[in-house]
Design a binder for this molecule. Structure first.
Ligand SMILES: O=c1nc[nH]c2c1ncn2[C@H]1C[C@H](O)[C@@H](COP(=O)(O)OP(=O)(O)OP(=O)(O)O)O1
Ligand SMILES: [Mg+2]
Length: 207
């Protein structure tokens, strides 16, 4: 086929599409890919619609979003499906993490729901993890998916106004501050998104 493919996605792709409508994620993915000399645009910036996330796994939804964007744009697309899994809530909100924030999104409300459900569970286990699936899709149909995680504990009340989503209540294991209080570079060194991205880079570059 003509044009960019996944066998040579970095050197031949003019611009990647970040198949996401979440500005926080697009910013973080931009920071992660910048050292590789890649330029990327968010899906909304090039007029792509947000597909319905009908799968029940992070990898399924990431592939669905990447495929839709690659097909609509004719360019390689990178999608991220991610969320917070709370141990005492049997992994909730999981793939419903964005949906717990309602429409329009309100993560103060989503964080309050997590805290309320933890209290209702009667458990004193505050462990949680973030999971991220990154899917890469080429217009010719080739695709790959990688998953990353970061373990931590939930704090209350929320702390910090950096990052996005549930960052103010997530304190990575071994740290004294939340993702909401952390410098972006510190979050990028340990996040679920960075973990998945390391796997992608290793696979694509062999690095
Ligand atoms: O590093 C993170 N720090 C805090 N919260 C996070 C993070 N990573 C995912 N999360 C939470 C919030 C997000 O809204 C949801 C993902 O839901 P998810 O459907 O994958 O993303 P989304 O709907 O926000 O954007 P889109 O689907 O257009 O990429 O999990
Ligand atoms: Mg979404």
């Amino acid at each position: 086929m003509d044009g960019p493919t996944l066998t040579d996605p970095f050197s031949t792709a003019p611009r990647w599409v970040i198949a996401s409508h979440n500005e926080g994620k697009i910013k973080e993915i931009g920071d992660l890919i910048a050292p590789y000399g890649l330029a990327a645009e968010g899906a909304a910036a090039i007029g792509l619609e947000e597909p319905e996330e009908t799968e029940t796994s992070f990898t399924g939804n990431a592939l669905l979003k990447a495929r839709a964007a690659a097909k609509a744009s004719g360019r390689p697309a990178l999608a991220d499906d991610s969320g917070l899994e709370v141990a005492a809530l049997d992994g909730a909100p999981g793939v419903y993490s964005a949906r717990w924030a309602g429409e329009p999104r309100d993560f103060r409300r989503a964080m309050e729901r997590v805290e309320a459900e933890l209290a209702a569970s009667g458990s004193d286990d505050r462990s949680a993890r973030f999971v991220c699936a990154l899917a890469l899709a080429a217009p010719d149909g080739e695709e790959r998916v990688y998953e990353g995680t970061v373990e931590g504990e939930l704090v209350w009340p929320p702390r910090g106004d950096r990052g996005f989503g549930y960052d103010p209540i997530f304190q990575p294991r071994g740290e004294a501050i939340t993702f909401g209080e952390m410098e972006p570079a510190a979050k990028h060194a340990m996040s679920h998104r960075a973990d998945a991205f390391r796997k992608l880079v290793k696979d694509v570059f062999g690095a």
